[in-house]
Write a protein that binds this ligand. Structure first.
Ligand code: NDP
Length: 453
């Protein structure tokens, strides 16, 4: 670690205590950027790094709501407006009991670089609440969303800040949030993405993150003249990203053998085919059940409950070629990374945000596998959100093929940016450096152009 990185991290930790995920995300990026700063003293002089790690604005607010028993509940709401150098703040909302300021700052920070990589004009933001939608009735979720938007509406807008979904925020929640925004503002605008198709949503938005992560894996494989055909894939999670990752793996001839939720995981050696995937979609998106039911329905599968006493995740300990972590941050630690390598995995494409710890990342990089970090590999979701914004502005809807083609093209372009920047800065094949540097340069130059704001 260079002196500059050491000093910066010491100051960041002192100034932002108890935010370990934020420290982790920054450390990974600034280590890559040390290569850039040597060649570009102008970024050092303008203190671009010191500015980019400080959110432009942080909003925290009370979200009171009534549960079905008529009891008052209180949650905390957040929106981190991290960087608007290249466009309006853009990034999802996460509703999960683990949500806190540090987690949202890490996500907002990652989002700045990811959005820049998409080639579209979007700044970075992220928000959410420690509200847990699990086990809540539709009416409770609606009342919570309405209360959340009753504060958030004054801070966002189609040219200011455009939130979307993330963990715990899918089509149902976006609908309730949009309805409340429209009522309060008395205007129908593209202020949120991930909307329903009948009211301004884009085709392929639900599919985009998962499809994009698989397109990215296919691009990485193409550098070795290989394809996904016949490859065995480990997938974690069973929500939006995981479901469409499995769908695209099937489209490209691969075989997915695992899925999980926070209670445990299933291993289906026969492969998750289209019929089984439809079962998962119904289970998770309609009945809102647990992945355990998959193993009750399909006898080829084995269910293993989560065991918090283990220091590794057994999901990552099966023979495979590719891994698509699609649940949450830090789900692959050093031991998991080593287990993946021991089991033959040589392609990791991150659908989730920062699913691999710094130790795990180092193990992948040292081994020289095809490792696509989340800010590149999962950028397809926000890219199609950007396309949803364009369609809303034009008051037009593009066809499924048109949006999918654009998504595919964007994922290829992100891959190319990563490869070129990794090469240019002397670390060929290192997609971490490629993504961090490629995403950074555009934002840094825009910040220089716009002066000290
Ligand atoms: P969903 O809420 O649809 O699904 C999340 C899945 O991950 C669920 O199966 C959930 O299980 C599991 N999960 C969540 N938290 C934990 C945890 N702490 N431990 C174990 N399992 C957990 O979310 P998404 O699919 O939208 O998001 C998944 C990941 O992808 C996140 O990292 C998100 O930031 C990232 N991402 C999402 C994008 C999108 O477009 N949706 C875009 C880019 C990145 P359970 O139901 O039991 O909680």
């Amino acid at each position: 670690m260079s002196d500059f990185v050491k000093d910066l991290m010491a100051e960041l930790k002192a100034k932002n205590p108890a935010e370990p995920e934020f420290h982790q995300a920054v450390e990974e990026v600034v280590e890559s950027l040390a290569l850039v700063l040597e060649r570009h003293p102008e970024y050092r002089a303008a203190k671009i790094i010191e500015r980019i790690v400080e959110p432009e604005r942080v909003i925290m607010f009370r979200v009171p709501w009534l549960d079905d028993q008529g009891e008052v509940q209180v949650n905390r709401g957040f929106r981190i407006e991290m960087n608007s150098a290249i466009g309006p703040y853009k990034g999802g909302l996460r509703f999960h009991p683990s949500v806190n300021l540090g987690i949202l700052k890490f996500l907002a920070f990652e989002q700045v670089f990811k959005n820049s990589l998409t080639t579209l004009p979007m700044g970075g933001g992220k928000g959410g609440s420690d509200f847990d939608p699990k086990g809540k009735s539709d009416n409770e979720v609606m009342r919570f969303c309405q209360s959340f938007m009753s504060e958030l509406f004054r801070h966002i807008g189609p040219n200011t800040d455009v939130p979307a979904g993330d963990i715990g925020v899918g089509g149902r929640e976006i609908g309730f949030l949009f309805g409340q925004y429209k009522k309060l503002r008395n205007e129908f605008t593209g202020v949120l993405t991930g909307k329903g198709l009948n009211w301004g949503g884009s085709l392929i938005r639900p599919e985009a993150t998962g499809y994009g992560a698989v397109y990215f894996a296919a691009e990485m494989l193409s550098t070795r003249n290989e394809t996904l055909e016949g490859k065995t894939c480990l997938v974690s999670g069973s929500g939006n990203v995981a479901q469409y990752t499995v769908e695209k793996i099937l489209d490209l001839g691969g075989k997915a053998v695992t899925l999980s939720d926070s209670s445990g995981y299933i291993y289906d050696e026969a492969g998750i085919d289209r019929e089984k995937l439809e079962f998962v979609k119904e289970l998770k998106n309609v009945r809102r059940g647990r992945i355990k039911e998959y193993a009750e329905e399909f006898k080829s599968a084995v269910y293993t409950p989560a065991d918090p006493s283990l220091d590794y995740n057994p999901l990552w300990n099966h023979k495979a070629d590719c891994a698509f972590p699609s649940a949450t941050q830090n789900e692959i630690n050093g031991k998991d990374a080593q287990n993946l390598l021991n089991n033959g995995v040589y392609v990791v494409s991150e659908g989730a945000n920062m699913p691999t710890t710094l130790e795990g990342v180092k193990i992948f990089l040292d081994k020289g596998i095809l490792y696509g970090p989340g800010k590149a590999a999962n950028a397809g979701g926000v890219a199609v959100s950007g396309l949803e914004m364009s369609q809303n502005s034009l008051r037009l809807s593009w066809t499924r093929e048109e949006v999918d083609n654009r998504l595919h093209h964007i994922m290829k372009s992100i891959h190319k940016t990563c490869v070129e920047h990794a090469d240019r800065f002397g670390t060929p094949g290192n997609y971490v450096n490629g993504a961090n540097i490629g995403g950074f340069l555009k934002v840094a130059d825009a910040m220089l152009d716009q002066g000290l704001v």
